[in-house]
Write a new protein. Structure first.
Length: 229
């Protein structure tokens, strides 16, 4: 039952804010920075081509599918080497340009007021396959523990990452509720790890037919509060 929980943990991208507008903005800021500071790189690649090259580069190492920060860092090193620049200087400074812009998220309107109220009643956590920082986006005062794949070298839906969060809180998995937007990675993944789960479906998508139906579905965090009440 949803009233038998001590912890509520959240996915981040597309659960607490729309992901792609933030990523697109960060890509734009990085490209402009490269254009201004390392123009031989942007002479070789327009923005669309650079994204396509990074996607191909991602396939070269399975670690990149888990650690998106490592992917960005190593790809910048490659671009720098190809253009005859110092790869360490470009990758370190360029990654920080991207990473800072990646934290400039626009929360869904329900997020801050609802998390503020939930924080008074529950301990809150987060698990994301992305590389957003809860501190840098402005949720550090609400989220007690946040985990991403770079520290564990595994990503959702691997049970290890869910169990790690449960262990950090020191409660049984059954008393943790996980809220996320992805049917398989978030909902089924957390349930398979022994957590309770809610599917947050902000865009009114159809649930995949091949997956067992979720026990609970919401379209915003106001509805989560109603369920918990």
């Amino acid at each position: 039952m949803l009233d038998d929980i001590d912890i509520i943990a959240f996915d981040l991208d597309d659960t607490l804010w729309p992901c792609m507008p933030t990523i697109n903005y960060a890509e734009k800021m990085l490209y402009q920075w490269l254009e201004q500071n390392f123009p031989r790189i942007t002479d070789r690649h327009d923005p669309e081509e650079m994204i396509g090259c990074r996607k191909q580069f991602m396939l070269q190492d399975e670690r990149f599918e888990i650690d998106l920060s490592l992917l960005r860092y190593e790809f910048l090193k490659l671009l720098a080497r190809e253009a005859g620049y110092d790869s360490k200087a470009v990758s370190e400074a360029g990654f920080e340009v991207f990473y800072e812009a990646r934290q400039l998220v626009n929360f869904y309107e329900d997020v801050l007021p609802c998390l503020g109220r939930l924080h008074r009643r529950y301990r809150l956590g987060a698990i994301s396959n992305g590389n957003a920082s809860v501190d840098r986006v402005g949720l550090g005062h609400l989220i007690e523990y946040s985990i991403n794949p770079s520290e564990l070298k595994v990503a959702k839906p691997d049970k290890v990452i869910f169990h790690h969060l449960v262990e950090r809180f020191g409660v049984p998995a059954s008393r943790v509720l996980y809220v996320g937007d992805h049917p398989e990675i978030d909902v089924i993944g957390s349930q398979d790890a022994g957590l309770q789960a809610i599917w947050i479906n902000r865009e009114n998508y159809a649930w995949p037919e091949h997956l067992p139906k979720p026990g609970y579905q919401i379209s915003n965090l106001h509805e989560l509060e109603l369920l918990l009440n």
